[in-house]
Design a protein around this ligand. Structure first.
Ligand code: NDP
Length: 314
């Protein structure tokens, strides 16, 4: 049978390119879990995906209620869940003030981390039930959260501190930042990506042996053309793609990045669990090292426990 992969945020950028790459193999049915139904339908058509290869389902990660509803609706389709890809993200580098999710969490961490945290915890049961030979859960990471890299050292750097802001609710009353500091939109995004990478490793430690599910993260390269930068200042949007292409040389097209993520979904040689994948200049994959903070097992455990409380699992 075809595999079923759920991809969050498949209405643009990396998620869409991955959906297309998987659909083209003829071996996958892609559930595009998106907040904007019409946009997702149009996007699927625009890249030439055929009707039988995908289903669009509503998911707004900035609402825990919506996450639960998505899980219910997915279960009602009676499709097995073989692979979950947590890809959606918001990035608000120029915001002066924080905005908040339906439950009142700062929106970058609320969407990118807490929404996906609840989704992955709930869908783990569905993955367990699947009889697919290689079941996987993938959380898209980023170099920007990794302070052991050049890009990760551009200020403001990611830093979760002792998680005091998160523990106090991340609702702007005490703080809207995980470390309890002043609001900074770019840092909030980077922090959320560190959370994504910590969560993947904690899932691996807790569930890989018991379930056989492969847990993985990746940095697909800098896809300087995606909508992720839509809220950046115009000059940045103009100069960032050529800067990445010719100077940093980390640039990767949406199509190539989609193929990389599709490999992490289905390539038999990328089936190892607990790995953060990256690609070198000739596009071969390798197991990359995470920064000290992004591989801190104690922090991962604490993040897990605090996040469980915030999303109502504990
Ligand atoms: P895009 O902005 O193109 O895509 C982000 C997707 O997330 C969109 O489909 C968007 O939906 C969706 N999304 C945003 N908020 C929500 C929400 N509340 N509920 C559901 N979906 C939501 O960015 P990219 O494709 O670049 O980003 C995809 C992933 O890749 C992210 O995890 C990002 O961190 C990561 N990444 C990107 C890099 C890059 O250079 N671009 C580098 C490294 C990692 P909508 O279409 O409705 O806006």
């Amino acid at each position: 049978r075809k595999g079923t992969a759920v991809i969050t945020g498949a209405s643009s950028g990396l998620g869409l390119a991955t959906a297309k790459a998987l659909a083209e193999t003829g071996e996958w049915h892609v559930v595009m879990a998106c907040r904007n139904f019409l946009k997702a339908e149009k996007a699927a058509k625009s890249v030439g995906m055929s009707k039988e290869d995908y289903t669009v389902m509503h998911l707004d990660l900035a609402s825990l209620e919506s996450v639960k509803q998505f899980v219910d609706s997915f279960r009602r389709t009676e499709r097995p869940l073989d692979v979950l890809v947590c890809n959606a993200a918001v990035y608000q580098p120029t915001a002066k003030e924080p905005s908040f999710t339906a439950e009142g969490f700062e929106i970058s961490v609320g969407t990118n981390h807490l929404g996906h945290f609840l989704l992955s915890r709930l869908l783990l049961d569905d993955l367990k039930k699947s009889d697919y030979p290689s079941k996987r859960m993938i959380i898209v990471g980023s170099i920007t959260g990794n302070t052991n890299t050049l890009a990760g050292n551009v200020p403001p750097k990611a830093n979760l501190g002792d998680l005091r802001g998160l523990a106090s609710g991340l609702n702007g009353q005490n703080s809207s930042m995980i470390d309890g500091g002043e609001y900074d939109g770019a840092k909030a995004y980077k922090d959320s990506k560190v959370c994504n990478m910590l969560t993947m490793q904690e899932l691996h430690r807790r569930y890989h042996e018991e379930t056989g599910v492969t847990f993985a993260s990746l940095y697909p390269g800098c896809i300087a053309t995606t909508g992720l930068f839509r809220e950046h200042v115009p000059l940045f949007r103009l100069l960032f793609p050529p800067f990445q292409k010719y100077i940093i040389k980390g640039y990767v097209s949406e199509e190539e990045a989609g193929k990389r993520l599709a490999q992490v979904v289905s390539d038999p040689s990328l089936g190892k669990s607990g790995v953060y994948w990256s690609w070198n200049n000739n596009s071969s994959s390798f197991e990359n090292q995470l920064s000290k903070e992004a591989s801190d097992a104690e922090k991962a455990k604490k993040l897990w426990e605090v996040s469980e409380k915030l999303v109502g699992l504990a």
